[in-house]
Ligand binder design. Structure first.
Ligand SMILES: Cc1cc2nc3c(=O)[nH]c(=O)nc-3n(C[C@H](O)[C@H](O)[C@H](O)COP(=O)(O)O)c2cc1C
Length: 159
């Protein structure tokens, strides 16, 4: 008998932001994505984080590889972003995110210091970051809650 072992994987991608957010539409976007993550992704065992600014989205997703692939194809059809680039994907031994978090990567002295820790420029620009630095930035950002509009959807009870 062949037993298929589906281990925990992590996928990190960035894409171009095609939305022209106002502060109201940005809040609605964050609320909507978190609602949708809670609704769709809990069942599938997906957790992660989404960080964005006026130019880019960066997302980390963790779960079974088949679920991650299916979610990626689904997200690719969302017209609010374009030009998805996979920064990294592979098996991991544990999750970096136990629930879903969404945050706006604005600018402030504190935030600029964080961007500078993980990239050559004091702003969120995933085109000059590695997958590891994107992950580090997102972990620090979401845990420290230094950013504006950071919101969490707790999925821990499901895991
Ligand atoms: C950059 C970006 C990342 C997104 N990530 C997720 C996600 O991880 N999970 C999710 O359910 N929806 C995500 N969404 C929203 C979905 O593309 C889509 O709008 C949503 O799943 C539709 O949910 P509904 O069928 O409940 O309306 C994302 C949207 C964008 C623009």
């Amino acid at each position: 008998m062949i037993t298929l072992v589906i281990s925990l994987h992590r996928l990190i991608f960035y894409s171009r932001n095609e939305e022209k957010f106002t502060s109201e539409s940005m809040k609605a976007f964050v609320r909507g994505v978190l609602e949708s993550c809670s609704k769709h992704d809990r069942e599938g065992g997906l957790t992660g984080a989404l960080l964005f600014n006026e130019k880019y989205f960066v997302q980390v997703m963790e779960g079974a590889p088949t679920t991650l692939s299916a979610k990626l194809w689904e997200l690719a059809t969302d017209k609010r972003h374009s030009t998805m680039v996979i920064m990294g994907a592979g098996a991991v031994c544990r999750r970096a995110f136990l629930s879903w978090s969404v945050g706006y990567a604005g600018r402030s002295t504190e935030l600029d210091g964080l961007y500078m820790r993980y990239s050559p420029r004091p702003m969120l620009d995933p085109t000059v970051m590695t997958a590891d630095s994107a992950l580090g930035l997102m972990e620090d950002f979401m845990r420290a809650e230094v950013g504006q509009f950071v919101r969490h959807a707790d999925a821990r009870s499901q895991l």
